[in-house]
Design a protein. Sequence first.
Length: 20
Amino acid sequence: MNTQEGRGTVPRGKGLKIVL
């Protein structure tokens, strides 16, 4: 899963840092 697609969903681990 890409971090950019995690915008609006609940990211996991490293996705959290980029979404915030």
